[in-house]
Write a protein that binds this ligand. Structure first.
Ligand code: HEM
Length: 457
């Protein structure tokens, strides 16, 4: 942590200094190159057409370059701006990012106004949007039920068997060409089975209702809340959670709730976030497959790991895990990490008032600041040799007390899928913008548009 970063002392000398305030023209450029594309692509649920356009326009590169330009012009920041009248501080230095994450939830709550407004549409009890004393218990429910520190959840055998089963179905249906739509059918069946049980495998209506609420969350600033749509989703979810058996993630909630001191409603109220977040994990899985398709040496190493053992039994699969982490570094599924200050904070000797939104654009940190030699390259090894761990700029699953408690479950599920898909098959990306070993990894990828040829390994 930098010496200039500290919480505001209650007594003592008044801090002096200034944080750079971004000029109007620069603010307009930043909004146009970062905020508007992010809103168009969909912050809560990605939208296929804007994603396709964003890939073609290399949208994230524009936003990264703009932040680099502002860093040169204004210094290390955080940069203060006021888009639509909202006080925002954009962090630009890894140490400042680390501070913001380490000092979560106080004085930097993850439950920023924008997130509460968007996520309250489908997860009113979600820990991520809970302020005040109930957050701790809700967060703990997640940590316990998801066994966040364990690389292999004790449900790993059930997860792996279900995934192997669904992956086989996807490959049978693919008929030589794997698309997002084909993959997503099996992916969602596996998610519902893992979270709620085999009885929920075909409950498309549940996840479709969630998808509609997430779409509304994209436009939460403009659209009124639809309480009836939320009730319809939660009414369908409640009996599924209540019926979830011991071989499911939701089946772990009663025990987790008792240990964390949370009510049954609060515990069940974490499941909407899980279902929502598994969408990102599916995108990351198919994107990893695309990266492997373009990097034959990595694919060979991953295939050897996948083929070494029974695809239906759980294995740590360290190289495949690293490949998924690397896919999420290169294409973060949560590109904007947002916090809101619950009290005045001091930065570079200047007071930033309570209620300011602190924003970190992770594609900038992951690729450009500091510009590691791996910046735009696919280098899974950084997740194995300690380089990523030592670099505070690399936070695809966030960090500090608000780190994603689902990270290990994501990596378990995604690697089980990848192992089943690649053990005896090879892939080539047919759609435009394919990642290749001899070129920088494209800054933006439209996973909806991915088409991969499937052949024997
Ligand atoms: C590729 C997949 C995923 C990625 C990259 C990811 C990343 C993240 C990030 C960056 C955050 C912090 C968000 C913020 O500060 O605003 C977060 C929070 C969270 N994630 Fe994930 N996530 C993924 C999937 C999942 C899954 C599948 C689950 C559950 C099964 C999950 C459970 C959670 C929960 C409960 C939180 C809120 C934690 C809190 O309130 O402190 N995530 N995730």
């Amino acid at each position: 942590m930098t010496p200039h970063s500290f919480a505001l002392p209650s007594t003592g000398p008044t801090p002096v200094g200034t944080l750079p305030r971004v000029r109007a023209a620069d603010q307009t450029r930043l909004v146009a190159r970062l905020l508007l594309p992010a809103l168009a692509e969909g912050v809560i649920r990605r939208r296929p057409l804007p994603m396709a356009l964003a890939q073609r326009a290399r949208a994230d590169r524009g936003a990264i370059d703009e932040l680099c330009r502002l860093r040169e012009r204004y210094g290390p920041g955080p940069l203060r701006l006021t888009p639509a009248g909202r006080d925002v501080a954009v962090v630009l230095e890894p140490d400042d990012l680390a501070r913001m994450l380490a000092e979560t939830p106080d004085p930097f709550t993850p439950a920023a106004w924008e997130k509460r407004r968007a996520l309250d549409r489908f997860q009113p009890h979600g820990s991520l949007i809970t302020r005040g004393p109930r957050r701790a218990a809700r967060r703990e429910v997640n940590e316990r039920a998801l066994q966040w520190r364990r690389p292999l959840h004790d449900l790993a055998p059930a997860v792996t068997a279900r995934v192997a089963d669904e992956a086989a179905g996807v490959l049978r249906a693919a008929d030589g060409c794997l698309t997002w739509d084909g993959f997503a059918v099996g992916w969602w069946r596996s998610v519902r089975r893992v979270v709620l049980g085999d009885g929920a495998a075909g409950d498309d209506l549940l996840t479709d209702r969630l998808a509609r609420l997430r779409s509304a969350g994209n436009w939460s600033f403009l659209m009124p809340r639809r309480h009836s749509a939320r009730a319809a989703f939660l009414d369908r979810l409640a009996p599924a959670v209540a019926a979830a058996g011991p071989d499911t993630l939701a089946g772990r909630l009663p025990e987790a709730a008792a240990e964390a001191g949370a009510s049954d409603t609060e515990a069940a109220g974490q499941v909407p976030h899980w279902l929502f977040a598994f969408d990102a994990a599916g995108a990351a899985t198919l994107r990893t497959l695309a990266l492997l398709a373009g990097h034959p040496e990595a694919a060979e190493r991953a295939r050897a790991e996948a083929a070494d053992g029974d695809p239906a039994s759980p294995r740590p699969l360290p190289y495949l895990r690293a490949c998924v982490e690397e896919a999420v570094r290169l294409w973060p599924t949560t590109p904007l990490l947002l916090r809101e200050s619950t009290g005045d904070t001091v930065w570079h000797g200047t007071v930033v008032p309570a209620g300011t939104a602190f924003a970190a654009f992770t594609p900038y940190f992951h690729r450009a600041r500091p510009a590691g030699p791996y910046g735009d390259a696919f280098v899974p090894e950084i997740w194995l040799d300690g380089r990523a761990e030592r670099d505070p700029a690399l936070v695809p699953f966030s960090g500090g007390p608000g780190v994603c408690p689902g990270e290990n479950v994501v990596l378990l599920t995604a690697t089980a899928w990848l192992a089943a898909l690649i053990a005896d098959r090879a892939y080539a990306v047919l759609s435009p913008g394919a990642p290749r070993a001899d070129a920088p990894v494209p800054p933006t990828i439209d996973h909806f548009g991915l088409r991969l040829a499937v052949g024997p390994a």
